[in-house]
Write a protein that binds this ligand. Structure first.
Ligand SMILES: C[C@@](CO)(OP(=O)(O)O)[C@H](O)COP(=O)(O)OP(=O)(O)OC[C@H]1O[C@@H](n2ccc(N)nc2=O)[C@H](O)[C@@H]1O
Ligand SMILES: Nc1ncnc2c1ncn2[C@@H]1O[C@H](COP(=O)(O)OP(=O)(O)O)[C@@H](O)[C@H]1O
Length: 288
């Protein structure tokens, strides 16, 4: 971890769910999952500056998200309260990840905020403590705090870290934002996939139990799957709306991107077992 200072800039990377199985529903309504998380080298950038008072300000508003319900602000308040810190912060964000795209941008923003402020405010929490705190904000926050590709179980918080191939992905963003809660509350969602062992998932092409429900509700996603599917097997990440295809190298991914970018928003990114947040923290530590 870098030494304390007044400003810190850190990335908040995207994730893909390479497979996502729904095993059942808990009494509290949350779903028991098995999913494989890998990060992308495509990210938002967050900039943190200590304030002289104890206020928390996000200076870049996000369309459709009220300041106080933004996961960045909620993460900062949660940590401030948990550590009884009297320090405040101004936060800026360069937002690149689409909202409601299944790339985990909100959870990643929250995780980067917890990690950054733990350092700036010198709270001294361990990654495990930050992940447990982050779970209160979203099921995906813990994997972003740890920043290591993982097989996740429970609601996404029981993590087995894994080493996967790091191929190139073409990620396509249909023109729609999808609410995670809406997909998980659909009565037709498959909720009875039998549990599997982590080793049976690695190296296999697992499926996403949310995909049929998402395709039924959102023709834009079905059409995008059909279009990308003309070139490469295409799959949904999380509860969507983004879909992805896997390529052995960047040139192959770029070629298909060039073909479909006139019709649909898309980007090419590398799969990463260590997140850009972890790599940047290590880089800053080495430099200081
Ligand atoms: C499905 C996944 C897969 O990675 O990703 P996204 O598509 O949202 O990125 C995640 O588990 C989403 O995690 P996250 O986006 O943090 O979800 P949360 O804010 O905790 O939950 C949003 C809502 O989804 C439902 N939910 C979420 C997770 C889960 N395991 N079971 C659920 O039933 C709940 O109704 C909850 O109110
Ligand atoms: N900092 C944030 N970035 C993105 N979304 C946020 C943020 N804070 C709150 N949200 C809310 O969370 C929802 C889910 O966002 P996001 O994490 O980007 O998508 P997904 O869960 O599909 O990966 C958004 O539609 C938005 O209403």
């Amino acid at each position: 971890m870098p030494a304390p200072r007044n400003h810190l800039s850190l990335p908040a990377p995207a994730k893909l769910n390479l497979m996502l199985h729904i095993l059942g529903r808990r009494p509290d309504g949350y779903h028991e999952l098995q999913t494989l998380f890998q990060f992308l080298d495509h990210h938002d950038s967050l900039h943190f500056s200590l304030r002289s008072d104890s206020e928390i300000h996000l200076l870049d508003p996000m369309p459709g998200v009220a300041h106080d319900s933004n996961l960045i602000v909620r993460a900062a308040r949660l940590l401030q309260q948990h550590c009884a810190s009297t320090q405040g912060v101004d936060i800026r964000i360069d937002k690149r990840l689409p909202m409601g795209g299944g790339l985990g941008g909100g959870s990643s923003n929250a995780a980067t905020t917890l990690v950054a402020l733990n350092h700036l405010w010198q709270c001294g929490l361990s990654p495990e403590q930050l992940a447990a705190l982050g779970l209160q904000l979203g099921a995906d926050v813990p994997v972003f705090v740890h920043g290591q590709a993982a097989f996740a179980e429970g609601v996404g918080e029981k993590l087995t870290f894994v080493e996967l191939d790091e191929p190139w992905f073409l990620v396509v963003r249909p023109d729609v934002a999808i609410s995670t809660a809406k997909i998980f509350s659909d009565p037709c969602l498959t909720r009875d996939t039998p549990p599997c062992k982590v080793r049976s998932v690695l190296g296999q092409d697992g499926h996403n139990d949310c995909q049929p429900t998402v395709e039924r509700h959102y023709p834009q996603v079905r059409q995008a799957l059909e279009l990308l599917g003309e070139y490469v097997p295409a799959k949904l990440t999380g509860t969507g709306s983004c879909i992805f295809g896997v390529f052995p190298n960047q040139a192959e991914a770029d070629k298909v991107a060039a073909r479909i970018s006139g019709t649909l928003e898309c980007f090419v990114a590398r799969g990463c077992n260590r997140s850009s947040l972890q790599l940047e923290l290590e880089r800053q530590t080495r430099e200081r």
